[in-house]
Design a protein around this ligand. Structure first.
Ligand code: ADP
Ligand code: MG
Length: 732
């Protein structure tokens, strides 16, 4: 009798054998203060190793954006090289963030022949400052293949670091990536430009309030909470959908998934905790200030969050967090899944983007402080954010659009695709007062008495949390919650910085224009600011929503208010091509029209390509795995019918089962053909193609999945050719 070789049962057997080996590993064996930042060429190391004058130039470059001379670059390169060699590095690379959304690196040796049979170590100033990666990265039309030159340029504001493994250590130099004619081909350049724009406009506001004394710059701060799944590695690789798409394309939901709510903040299993500790150990060495770890809502889902930093560094560190999670997982027999929706029916993963504004002296400009109603400057910054989100809701939505994030937004587990701002009771009350033209009170949360003598009295926040808002004020920062877990955060932060810069510009201009004298009295200033803010609140309060973002009522209400609701990526991305978008990016010198157009094109193409890969993976799984198993099952049932009848026993029930399976198999087989036809019909033009993928290909994929999941429920368990949801979600 024919048997199907089943990678599935082997994978399950392998996965249950995993043993915690980390006692022999390095995690926890050294104090954090001894390892923290040891693999980073940070300011402290530069101070120790550089001549005073050179160090001063570095400081000027880092804090004021001053350019470094060639001579300085040579001196820094030599010191950096010596340090890296001492730390065991053999190679260096320019580490950059092309439009793929990943990082890229091309390694070159730090040693060159000395001409006498040996080698010397070398890194010149020009090696440090400029590179020319001769490779093709998506450029969205910015480079034709015949003019494929692109350069990487050192970003002195983000320190170099060493990535190491068992037998390698590579010095990574954070760089920006530009085309031959200076157009940004990466995610870092626009981010840095947006930080500059924000700085100029925020400084104007500080000047108005006379709080700019001693402040040399304002930048955005960023703390990113990363959600992820861990799945046993052997199970992961036994599924073509997971190993190629990081997402299950088939899979029937098991009886127990997340409905008991027993995973969120649950105690962390030892194997997972060992993994987390090792990830943290590596990140500490890289100077990433990781702090928080916990179980998330879905089984097998977790979160890691560092302390916030300036946004350029935080974006680089976020890439390192994602890469480290992936790299370390294998050591613990796990695969780490960053995809937004790896499993149907349980929660997906997001990446909460906590954003605020801070002076270089460390003052958080979005800190409302105790008597908020008297804090005019805070109100200006808050209203600038509200206005920015309302004016550019479409851009914010576009900044997080991807094939994978489409599964999450609006699926009642993540914020809806409608962009609104949650303020909480205290600020909502303050905004209402502003609308009336005068502010006279700050709502207080008071204390919570727990009723037991030994427990402390808790200070209560002035408002509850809201988990359903895409853009929520959370105490002293805004949390953009709609960002996808696999996304690079550089782009959404570029958008936030740029649109807030525009609103700060608008408010500063309005206020300056209405102030009659250059040195107004406090009362005059207050009057003007309140008049301007009153108008802003009136015009933009429609974007404020403090209720349940998951409710159907909100969808209707949002429509009444005229808020955009772009449900899918092909709907959302055209926002990048409007005159409004072109103007704002051009005015603040963040992206030229060509640079912006290229991004719209790249994101659209990425959408199509990802969906195509998923659809093709489904078709091959259908034909090579599911159908053979289903045919075999069908054959066995048919055999049982014959044998039963031959034995003179009534086979009606078995025959019925056979007919059900045969029907299902037939429908499944033709649906796979239909999906293939739908794929073949996708037009070449990217924007049209994206819509056809959404309207024809995606529904065909869903239909195929439903039928496949029906087959999974019908086919004998021993014949099913891949690990099931139950196994994927419970074995750890
Ligand atoms: P939550 O309770 O929302 O899950 P977490 O503690 O997991 O919060 O994460 C909150 C994130 O916000 C952390 O990364 C934290 O450092 C960051 N954060 C706090 N203050 C600021 C700020 N001023 N600017 C940017 N991010 C901040
Ligand atoms: Mg959190």
């Amino acid at each position: 009798m024919m048997t199907i070789t089943d990678p599935h049962s082997e994978a399950v057997a392998a996965s249950t054998k995993w043993q915690n080996q980390s006692a022999a590993g390095n995690a926890g064996s050294q104090r954090i203060d001894e390892i923290y930042g040891t693999d980073v060429f940070d300011l402290r190391k530069m101070r120790e190793r550089l001549p005073k004058g050179t160090y001063k130039s570095v400081m000027a470059a880092v804090s004021n954006g001053q350019r470094l001379s060639q001579l300085d670059a040579d001196v820094i390169a030599t010191a950096m090289k010596d340090w890296a060699i001492e730390r065991g590095a053999t190679h260096y690379c320019h580490w950059f963030q092309p439009m793929t959304g990943q990082t890229a690196e091309k390694h070159d040796g730090l040693s060159i022949p000395d001409g006498e049979g040996g080698v010397v170590f070398q890194l010149s100033g020009s090696d440090l400052v400029q590179g020319e990666p001769d490779a093709s990265f998506p450029s969205g039309g910015l480079r034709a293949t015949f003019e494929a030159r692109g350069y990487t340029a050192w970003d002195p504001t983000s320190p170099a670091f060493i990535v190491r493994g068992a037998n390698y250590a590579t010095l990574c130099i954070p760089t920006a990536f530009v085309s031959w004619n200076g157009e940004a081909l990466d995610k870092k350049i626009p981010l840095l430009r947006s930080i500059d724009a924000l700085n100029s406009q925020a400084m104007r506001v500080l000047k108005i309030f006379g709080t700019d004394a001693g402040v040399s710059s304002v930048g955005s701060t960023l703390g990113v909470e990363q959600e992820y799944f861990l799945v046993d590695r052997s199970l992961y690789h036994a599924r073509p959908d997971l190993s190629t798409c990081d997402r299950t394309l088939f899979g029937s939901r098991p009886p127990k998934h997340q409905q008991l709510e027993d995973h969120y903040f649950g105690s962390i299993q030892p194997r997972v905790l060992s993994f987390m500790a090792d990830v943290e150990d590596e990140l500490y060495r890289l100077g990433v200030p990781v702090r928080t770890r916990h179980n998330e809502v879905a089984p097998g889902q977790y979160e890691i969050a560092p302390l916030f930093e300036s946004s350029n560094i935080a974006c680089d560190h976020q890439m390192l967090v994602m890469e480290t999670l992936k790299r370390v997982a294998g050591r613990y027999g796990f695969a780490c899944i960053l995809h937004e929706k790896p499993f149907a029916g349980v929660n997906g993963s997001g990446k909460h983007n906590n954003w605020s504004l801070s002076t270089n002296t460390g003052v958080n400009l979005l800190d409302p402080q105790d008597e908020t109603h008297t804090n005019l400057q805070f109100m200006v910054f808050m209203c600038a954010v509200i206005r920015a989100v309302d004016v550019h809701a479409d851009l914010l939505r576009a900044s997080i659009a991807s094939a994978s994030n489409d599964h999450r937004l609006g699926a009642n587990e993540a914020p809806p695709a409608i962009i609104s701002v949650f303020l909480g009771d205290m600020l909502a009350d303050l905004v209402e007062q502003l609308e009336k033209g005068a502010t006279s009170r700050t709502l207080k949360g008071g204390n919570l008495d727990l009723g037991a003598r030994t427990l402390p009295t808790l200070r209560r926040d002035s408002g509850d949390r809201n988990r359903t808002s895409p853009f929520a004020f959370t105490g002293n920062k805004f949390e953009f919650r709609a960002v996808g877990s696999s996304a690079s955060v550089a782009w959404p932060n570029t958008v936030i910085n740029t649109i807030v810069a525009e609103s700060l510009d608008y408010l500063a201009t309005e206020i300056e224009g209405k102030l009659k004298s250059a040195s107004p009295t406090e009362a005059q200033l207050e009057k003007v600011v309140k008049t301007v803010l009153q108008q802003v609140v009136k015009e933009h309060k429609r974007v404020i929503f403090n209720g349940d973002g998951y409710s159907e009522a909100w969808h209707q209400e949002a429509e009444k208010r005229g808020l955009p609701n772009f449900r899918s990526t092909p709907d959302a991305l055209p926002a990048l091509m409007t005159p409004k978008a072109r103007n704002v990016f051009k005015k603040y010198k963040v992206l030229s029209r060509a640079e912006l157009d290229s991004r719209a094109e790249i994101f659209t193409e990425q959408y199509i390509t990802r969906m195509r890969i998923e659809a093709e993976t489904m078709i091959s799984m259908a034909r090579q795995l599911i159908l053979p198993a289903a045919f075999e099952h069908q054959r066995r049932v048919a055999q049982t019918v014959t044998a039963t009848e031959q034995a003179g026993v009534d086979a009606t029930d078995i025959r019925e089962a056979l007919e059900t399976v045969a029907g299902l198999v037939g429908r499944f087989k033709s649906q796979a053909d239909r999906l293939e036809a739908a794929l073949a019909g996708v037009p070449h033009d990217a924007h049209k193609g994206a819509r056809v993928v959404r309207d024809e290909v995606f529904p065909a994929m869903q239909a195929l999945r439903d039928l496949g999941d029906g087959l999974e429920d019908a086919v004998a368990a021993g014949l099913w050719p891949m690990p099931t949801y139950r196994e994927l979600l419970t074995i750890r």
